[in-house]
Design a binder for this molecule. Sequence first.
Ligand code: ATP
Ligand code: ZN
Length: 223
Amino acid sequence: MSTRDRLRIAMQKSGRLTEPAQDLLTRCGLSFRQSRDKLFCFGEGEPVDLLLVRDDDIPGLIAQGVCDLGIVGRNVLSEFQLTAPPEQAELSELRTLGFGRCRLSIAVPQELNYQGPETLQGLSIATSYPGLVGDWLQRRQIQAKVITLAGSVEIAPRLGTADAICDLVQSGGTLVANQLRETDILLESEAVLAGPKQLPADERGDMLELLLKRLDGVIQVRE
Ligand code: ATP
Ligand code: ZN
């Protein structure tokens, strides 16, 4: 663990979680001076700074101790917990934040005669979440080929690169547009505050406790 005396929070630099995360921190009474490269934002009132990164990097940054906390989708956090080396995967969900809601689901071509997960036996599934999909298949003792794609997962069946997909779904519009049908939900997701299982025992820990208290107030008011 480093010997920083300021708390450091990682959040998504640009994407779906950026605005609601920023809004939440503002409501917790935090304000930041935007630095020129916009990777690091210095906190003005409280000793809390921001690191703006790709959401996929957030769990790793916490695990390495580069950041103390992160605002990230449960989908990204869970995938990290399943795929990172065990000594790094010791992260937990400190709070659920109520935005960025979506689900990670299996979807199959409309014309496939889907009769439950066992239909996937021997088929291939394209996904950006190989850890979560592998775990789900293993629990059901289904042997399927997991094909890891970084993006555009939903077009894989039409391209003939996979028989089915597992991807994030919000309204389902993207699936319909790609002639896919949602069949199984693997994970209900929303943005969470992620942190190490072992919280810092110094001034950062005190600040973290204060932040959690304010967060609980803000979340309660909104509900
Ligand atoms: P980055 O450049 O940070 O890697 P990204 O493209 O991976 O960005 P976004 O598309 O902005 O990320 O999504 C961020 C998070 O928002 C997702 O990990 C998920 O938790 C949540 N989310 C909510 N609804 C959706 C959706 N319909 N599709 C994708 N992500 C969603
Ligand atoms: Zn990402």
